[in-house]
Design a protein around this ligand. Structure first.
Ligand SMILES: Nc1nc2c(c(=O)[nH]1)N[C@H]1C(S)=C(S)[C@@H](COP(=O)(O)OP(=O)(O)OC[C@H]3O[C@@H](n4cnc5c(N)ncnc54)[C@H](O)[C@@H]3O)O[C@H]1N2
Ligand code: MOO
Length: 398
């Protein structure tokens, strides 16, 4: 058996070939940029007004004027989307609206609330005169050719807005990994089906599907397979064909009907590791065939979820291009002390209350009740036996 950190190190070392795809920015949210993006133009591409008001040409004589106010003659109007070619002279102003180009000769805008309009004149109190005010200068957001989004950055709605503003229609991103889920077990029935003696509802399939879709994974294919060696071998072969990552649940322990490990060998899957010094999820198997990865998650639902959290989630996120994939935890203090009775790393269902962590009741691998309120998992390291209230622990939120 290897330790949790050894298992993570093995996974982080895997070099997997990933595809770069080009997609429209409107579909790119959640993807990671495979190359930096440069602005196609100066933005703003022309000096423009930040306010609805009046544009005029600053005149230093304003300040030396003995009077409290100045008057300017309104000689026209510029709305957003239009422009004015004539040069504005000293003492003239144009009515201007937010986003409209500053006409040649003008350099200052005053908000309409700060002027008194008298026919075709505006009167401005000297206190409100600020040279260059309310002008958004050409290139003040970014210059043509400058980098506006770095390689490796995650695309957010904010990034999409920025990219559109600099004239970018499509981006090169890392493709999303596709995942096959293979649920083993004769006892598994889907919700909605009638349960017969000895049968249980399939909790792992919906949980994995929900998690994968919340992570923004590509195509997800789910299949069930009975505890039949040939069928397990065949289903794994099919899953390896169709997806980048295969998640098997159940059948990886040592029972007479646990065929998954053997099926891996039959399919030429190289074992990266089998069994980790942890609970739940001790009999986790991870293997590789070419650029395909296989995670055989121990069937108990809490084992499936803690193994997914610790290994599958960061691995998938790193395939998506997320460079912080392996740091998805925070250090938080325990609300109550905790005694660990086993010499293994323990992953406990826990609730985040304010900035503290409370370990929940019902930690057995089969018991899902605390998942109703759990906000994630807490890690109690292998060599720790007892933690006092207030001790800092690693908390992994969903
Ligand atoms: N003799 C030993 N027995 C077991 C060991 C061991 O070391 N020696 N390890 C135990 C541990 S720890 C775990 S974890 C489980 C893992 O077993 P498998 O991966 O072979 O999983 P199954 O036996 O197929 O199922 C375990 C458990 O989970 C239920 N299950 C399975 N699939 C689903 C599903 N889709 N939804 C809900 N529940 C599911 C299944 O009915 C079993 O109760 O092995 C221990 N045994
Ligand atoms: O490791 Mo098993 O996950 O205790 O149930």
């Amino acid at each position: 058996m290897i330790s949790v950190s050894e298992a993570k190190a093995i996974l982080q070392k895997q070099q997997i070939h990933r595809q770069v795809i080009t997609i429209p920015i409107s579909e790119s949210c959640g993807y990671f940029l495979a190359e930096a993006v440069n602005s196609r133009l100066d933005v703003p591409s022309f000096d423009n007004s930040a306010m609805d008001g009046y544009a005029f040409c600053w005149n230093d004589e304003f300040l030396n004027n003995q009077k409290d106010t100045i008057s300017l003659q309104i000689v026209g109007e510029v709305a957003a989307g239009s422009f004015r070619e004539q040069v504005l002279e000293k003492g003239q102003a144009v009515r201007i609206f937010t986003g409209a180009p500053i006409p040649p000769g003008a350099d200052t805008v005053i908000m309409q609330e700060k002027v008194e309009r008298q026919g075709d004149q505006i009167v401005i109190h000297k206190d409100y005169l600020v040279k260059g005010s309310h002008v958004r200068y050409r290139g003040s957001q970014c210059k043509e050719g400058s980098i506006v989004a770095k390689k490796g950055g995650k695309i957010t709605p904010g990034t999409v807005s920025l990219l559109a503003s600099v004239g970018i229609k499509e981006v090169s991103v890392w493709g999303l990994p596709t995942v096959s889920i293979l649920l083993t077990g004769n006892e598994i029935k889907n919700v909605g089906e009638a349960l017969e003696a000895g049968q249980i509802y399939n909790a792992n399939g919906p949980a994995l599907e929900a998690w994968l879709s919340s992570l923004g994974i590509g195509k997800i294919t789910t299949r069930k397979v009975s505890d039949d060696k040939e069928k397990v071998i065949e289903s794994i072969a099919q899953a390896l064909e169709e997806s980048d990552v295969v998640l098997v649940t159940g059948g990886i322990s040592v029972g007479e009907y646990d065929f998954v490990q053997e099926a891996m060998q039959e399919n030429g899957v190289e074992t990266l590791f089998y069994k980790i010094k942890q609970r739940p999820g001790k009999p986790l198997f991870v293997g590789r065939k070419g650029d395909k990865m296989v995670f055989a998650l121990p069937g108990n639902p809490a084992s499936v979820l803690s193994c997914f959290m610790q290994y599958v989630k960061p691995f998938l996120l790193s395939l998506k291009g997320d460079s912080s994939a392996w740091e998805q935890f925070e250090w938080l203090p325990l609300m109550e002390g905790f005694e660990k009775k086993i010499p293994l790393t323990q992953f406990l269902k826990a609730e985040k209350l304010g900035s503290q962590i409370r370990v929940l009741q019902g930690q057995e691998s089969f018991n899902l009740i605390s998942f109703g309120t759990a906000s994630g998992f807490v890690e109690i390291p292998e060599d720790v036996e007892k933690l006092d209230a207030g001790s800092l622990v690693k908390f992994y939120p969903w």
